[in-house]
Each structure stands twice: as structure tokens, then as C-alpha cells.
Design a protein around this ligand. Sequence first.
Ligand SMILES: Cc1cc2nc3c(=O)[nH]c(=O)nc-3n(C[C@H](O)[C@H](O)[C@H](O)COP(=O)(O)O)c2cc1C
Length: 213
Amino acid sequence: MITRRTFVKKASLAAGIAAVSGGVGCFENKPHKEETMKFSELIEARRSVRKYAKAEISKDEMAKIVEEALNAPSWKNTETTRYYAAIGDDAKAKIWSDALPGFNAASSENAAALVAVTFVPGQSGYMGNTPANELGEMWGAYDCGLASSYFVLAAKDHGWDTLIMGIRDTAKVKAILNIPEKEILTSVIAVGKSAQPYFKNPRKPVAEVLKVV
Ligand SMILES: Cc1cc2nc3c(=O)[nH]c(=O)nc-3n(C[C@H](O)[C@H](O)[C@H](O)COP(=O)(O)O)c2cc1C
């Protein structure tokens, strides 16, 4: 959960950076929060974090976040997304040294967890044993993306920041986390406590991405 204290702290940091950077539009002052965020505030607050303070996450809290992410829709409710959460120092160290490129290892340093997200092929997007249409296995990736969205938002709601990393060494991640050969790896998601000011990457104007007929 985002407490008033953490939220106010981030808002103050953002305001401070905006002041020293001449009010660059990427930094926003956020309203104070009482207890938990409304959904509209949560999706604003979730941003990719590339600098973490040391923190630990319990197995139970990770399980709670994944339980909430399981509310994501999936093809025929097939729920083919799987999570492999490295929360121990040894597993995380191996992933940082062997399976992530230097820039992603640096961005996720100190993260409490590195979570490999995969999907089981041959189910999502299928009618029986046959792919339902031209997207084929892409439906599995589609479901996995939806599940990952729910995961990062649920994590944020629990007070954890995240970084989705698509750039990683597939074979090494799978070997380190003992992921079954047939599963398809999508990303590794860092989960941790932000040590950077709130930063919003600019977005396209709605008119560029929405056509209403
Ligand atoms: C599928 C996917 C793969 C990504 N891979 C990486 C990555 O390897 N390294 C990284 O620093 N950011 C990665 N990102 C984060 C994006 O750069 C980020 O989401 C985007 O710039 C928007 O910023 P925001 O998340 O702060 O809103 C990835 C995001 C997605 C959805």
C-alpha cells in the first residue's frame, strides 16, 4: 500500500527536482494522499524505476501481488502466465552478473526481487489444438503483457516500484531460475523501493493514437 508518508516524500522530491531543473515538464508535483490511491492516481504513479534503495520483500508479499495480478483477463481464462521470483541474494546476484546486460543490471541493482515472467505456449489463442487465428502464440504474449500490467500495478499498490526488462539473456535466465524448456520467457521485472525522484516519460497526444468513428 502507498502510505501518505511515502507519497508525500516522493511528491516533495519531485517538486525539488522541478525547482532546480527550471520546472522541466517531466517532473510533476503530486497531490497529497491520505491512505491508498485511486486507480487514476495509481496508473499515474507507476513509472519505470532505474535506481533502487536496498530492500527485501517477503515470499508472502510477492505471493499477494501475484494473487492480485491473477485477476488479469486471459484467453478463455487459460492463465498461461508464470512468475519465477528471485528474492534471495544468490539468485539475484547470478541474474545480475550473467543474465542481464550491464545497463539493466545497473538499473535494477538493489531490487528486492527479479521476477522472470513466462507463458506456457499452446493454450492461449487456441481452439482445441489449433491456433484460432493468425496471431498464433502471440496471444500468449498478449495475455502475459496484460498479466504483467496487473503485476506492476499491484506491486505499486503495495508500495513497490518496478522495471520491466525485455532485454535479457533468455537461456541464462531460464537456467538460473530452472524454468521449464517449453515456457516462453517475456521479461524480467525488477521490484524494489525507488531511490529516484518521480519521473514521467512524455506520452503521445491522445489524438495521435485514438480514432473515434
Ligand atoms: C516489453 C517491455 C520491455 C522493456 N524493456 C526494458 C529494458 O530492457 N530496459 C529498460 O530500462 N526499460 C525497459 N522497459 C521500460 C520502458 O522503457 C518504459 O516502460 C517506457 O519508457 C515508459 O516509461 P514508464 O514505464 O516510466 O512509464 C520495457 C518496457 C516494456 C513494456
